[in-house]
Ligand binder design. Structure first.
Ligand code: WTA
Length: 629
């Protein structure tokens, strides 16, 4: 823990002398096979940033091998199953053994350095084992969240050109079965290049089997050799691809490096959570999201921590589950999303107060703004005012936490992500790129490179350049709106683009629109966000039907089904409004600003409507809105 003054001094140094600063951190947090030639080269102007160029290392070696000399018998992973009677511990030694074996399995199935491996698994230790095994042999993992549909899985497999998929026969969440292998089978009907599917047997139920392609994980592991050398990787060799939604087009494959990413997640995990040796750390995010990558797996394991992986959901078997797990495993640091906090708050304090929670020392929040009510409840009821709350702002693209309090160092303000992490230079600008005065809302941009930043969009550099660096040349665009107060505290308001955060999950409106128009009866669709007391935001869809098609409840169900099948249940529209027409400008652009207001019943001031091709649609839309509950 450092003092506020020390933070300020170190922060200034990290900006004034990034090479000196990051060189020291890289040595402190990571073991390198051979050192780098240059800490940082290139910049945002030419977009040729490289971190630790020439340095050699391996991610799995850093997460496992080097800890074996110090604490082989310490728990690396505590796994808590969906069923409260099911849990297991993998020591660093055991995790190392499993990772080595699985690395050899991957090699046996012809996975080579640089190949992409798709991982579509539930929250079981094998997810960590598979990721680390890829890293060990230099393959690039692409984890796809188990809640995505076969269609979404297929497009990710094809985009990354994966030739192997690792899945489970089924997953279990909240006592419900998730048919993972079935989804893989459907997806692979259109992925001819996938030659191997490795299947973890998570449940006793049988699944259809393709003898030529499918392999049981346990059978392959039992025959695998328990030693596997760690591949020597360059600092800027890619470590993983993770798909995420943007405001346009299909999801982007965010590509992260090995050296810069590892330095950044190790350091942020250590400092933001003030991790102390021997403590139990729990990040509740699924490994299918970036939070799971950086703060369930890589960050904690790099720091030799004990990380808890939870297979289940906050409400099963009771709304005490999170707090029961904390008591059962004596969790010291707990990191979750505002949506879970709000949902549990609604259930009543007694589900919390009946548990002890004495082990807790630090609480964290991530993924969306935490409103003051949720913050206060987390602090007063869950933490009993004993633990600081770290509200961490960051993104899939940033690799690690960018703006966050450091516990014990940063004086907190509820609902503010507070100050930038070392090396991070945020700025709030208007749409023309001019800095705005303190307290005024604007676009959040980042002025200087940092080691955790994405390398590119996989196989689409133009998209990388256009999405992140074109809006404000020379700076990274976050797509978020925020303001900064006179004391330098950042307050993140939410997205400024067409991305919706439903329960912290990032969903592009355009993806949902494309899914809706897959339905034969739908002519056009426009999707906007609506505030939701639990989920933060929910999806509101305006749908125009083809001539002659009558609206009905059945049709509504089919539209919802189309979205669930194309993306997954997380993108389910909460409301569908049938409409005769959408408000368009004369050049044919849908005026979403207007739709947002109509969805939110905020129609007293609709602003300038003169550019609308047909202003009469607005009255119709407002009238139709009344029929939507
Ligand atoms: C939002 C999740 C407010 C933000 C790590 C960002 C937040 C998007 C916070 C990235 C926070 C994340 N306060 N908003 N503490 N953390 N966000 O890529 O809109 O799934 O742009 O990464 O989540 O979502 P992603």
């Amino acid at each position: 823990m450092i003092t506020t003054q020390q933070y300020q001094e170190d922060y200034h140094r990290s900006i004034d002398d990034p090479e000196g600063f990051w060189g020291e951190q890289a040595k402190k947090f990571i073991t390198w096979f051979s050192p780098w030639e240059k800490v940082l080269s290139g910049g945002f102007d030419q977009l040729d940033v490289r971190w630790f160029q020439g340095g050699k290392l391996n991610a799995a070696y850093n997460c496992l091998d080097r800890h074996l000399e110090i604490h082989p018998e310490q728990a690396a992973i505590i796994w808590e199953g969906d069923d409260p009677n099911e849990s297991k511990i993998l020591t660093y030694q055991a995790l190392y053994d499993q990772v080595c074996r699985f690395s050899n399995v991957l090699k046996q199935y012809d996975v080579k350095k640089g190949d992409r491996v798709c991982i579509y698994l539930p929250m079981i230790p094998e997810a960590a084992i598979a990721m680390l095994a890829c890293a060990r042999i230099g393959a690039i993992h692409s984890v796809v969240f188990g809640g995505f549909s076969a269609e979404a899985l297929k497009s990710r497999i094809l985009d990354a050109d994966c030739q192997i998929v690792i899945t489970a026969n089924e997953g279990i969440r909240g006592h419900k079965i998730v048919p993972l292998k079935q989804q893989v089978d459907i997806a692979l009907q259109e992925c001819p290049r996938v030659r191997t599917v490795i299947v973890v047997k998570r449940t006793a139920n049988s699944v259809p089997w393709n003898q030529e392609r499918d392999v049981w994980y346990h059978e392959a592991m039992s025959k695998a050799h328990p030693h596997c050398p760690a591949e020597v990787m360059d600092a800027d060799d890619p470590l993983f691809i993770l798909y995420t939604s943007g405001s346009t087009g299909k999801p982007k494959g965010i590509l992260h490096s090995t050296g810069g990413y590892l330095v950044y997640v190790a350091m942020t995990h250590q400092l933001v959570f003030d991790y102390r040796p021997g403590e139990v750390y729990w990040c509740s995010a699924d490994v299918g999201w970036v939070t799971g990558h950086s703060y369930s797996i890589y960050g904690p394991l790099l720091n030799g921590a004990t990380t808890l992986l939870f297979e289940g959901v906050p409400h099963y078997p009771t709304p005490s589950r999170y707090w029961d797990v904390i008591d059962k495993h004596k969790v010291n640091i707990f990191y979750t999303a505002p949506t879970a906090i709000r949902a549990l708050r609604r259930e009543g304090d007694h589900w919390v107060t009946r548990t002890s929670r004495q082990s807790l020392r630090i609480l964290g929040s991530v993924g969306e703004p935490i409103n003051p009510e949720a913050w206060e409840w987390y602090y007063h009821i869950v933490a009993e005012k004993r633990c600081p709350i770290v509200d961490t702002w960051w993104q899939t693209e940033t690799g690690g936490i960018m703006i966050s309090p450091l516990p014990g160092t940063t004086p907190l303000k509820p609902d503010s992500a507070t100050w930038p992490f070392f090396g991070i230079v945020p700025m709030i600008v208007d749409d023309q790129g001019n800095p705005v005065p303190d307290g005024k809302m604007g676009n959040l941009i980042i002025k200087k490179p940092w080691p955790g930043m994405m390398q590119t969009v996989y196989r689409d550099r133009d998209r990388f350049v256009n999405t992140y660096f074109k809006p404000f040349p020379g700076c990274y665009t976050t797509g978020d709106q925020a303001h900064c107060d006179v004391e330098g505290y950042y307050w993140i308001a939410g997205r400024s683009d067409d991305v919706i955060k439903v329960s912290g999950h990032r969903i592009g409106t355009q993806e949902v629109e494309s899914a809706l128009i897959q339905h034969q009866g739908v002519s056009e669709a426009a999707v906007v966000a609506m505030p939701d007391p639990i989920k933060g935001q929910s999806i509101y869809a305006f749908v125009t039907l083809k001539t002659g098609i009558q609206p009905s409840d059945q049709l509504k169900k089919e539209c919802v089904q189309a979205v669930r099948e194309t993306i997954g249940p997380i993108a389910t529209p909460e409301h569908i409004q049938w409409t005769e027409g959408l408000p368009k400008t004369r050049s044919g652009k849908i005026m979403r600003r207007l739709l947002r207001k109509i969805a939110n019943n905020d129609v007293s001031d609709l602003g300038d409507l003169t550019t609308l091709a047909d202003p009469s649609v607005v009255d119709a839309l407002i009238k139709e809105r009344r029929n939507v509950k």
